[in-house]
Design a protein around this ligand. Sequence first.
Ligand code: GLN
Length: 205
Amino acid sequence: MISGRPTIGVLCLQGSFMEHSAALKQLGASVREVRLPEHLEGIDGIILPGGESTTLLKLIDEFALREPLLNAIINGLPTFGTCAGIIVLAKTVTSHSMTPLGLLDVSVARNAFGRQVQSFEEDLMIDGLAGSVFRGVFIRAPIIESCGPKVRVISRLHSGTIVACQQSRIFATSFHPEFVPDLRVHQYFLHIAGIQGQHPSDSSA
Ligand code: GLN
């Protein structure tokens, strides 16, 4: 368990990094903007935001972040990928030719719910989250088509489609928790990271 104020990195190359940073600050974390390999030093967790996965991967390579990011996550850095972030983390992307980090044992299809105008919201039940449903915001989201044996599914749409999962200290959602005022999903990530003693399913949390 990390004591004191944790420092969470947010990959600030493209996408919804400002919204993630704001959510983390509201939860009392200190935010490190990650753009270069040295920014990974000393962080207690990292968020890979939504955005455009091809652009994110291109910039990760341009800024020489691929190898240090891979090493940090393999060595146990708690990681939260949202939407495009899940594509960046995935082992397999079935719909496009790209080389993601390959760390999260899921197979994803990009833009599989349709075009931008087919973006939608749905109330979700998420394992481990106390209280009411969580409003899932899906913006040209990927579909998680399958998960490997070490991946725990923690939320699905009413249709059965997987929208959140966890593999050890990697947590991923195909929706955008940073676009709603409800902080429980970010708090859940901090819990996975061992940063907050109180589990979000504790009603006093
Ligand atoms: N469609 C984007 C991609 O494939 C993901 C969208 C998002 O992160 N909201 O990278």
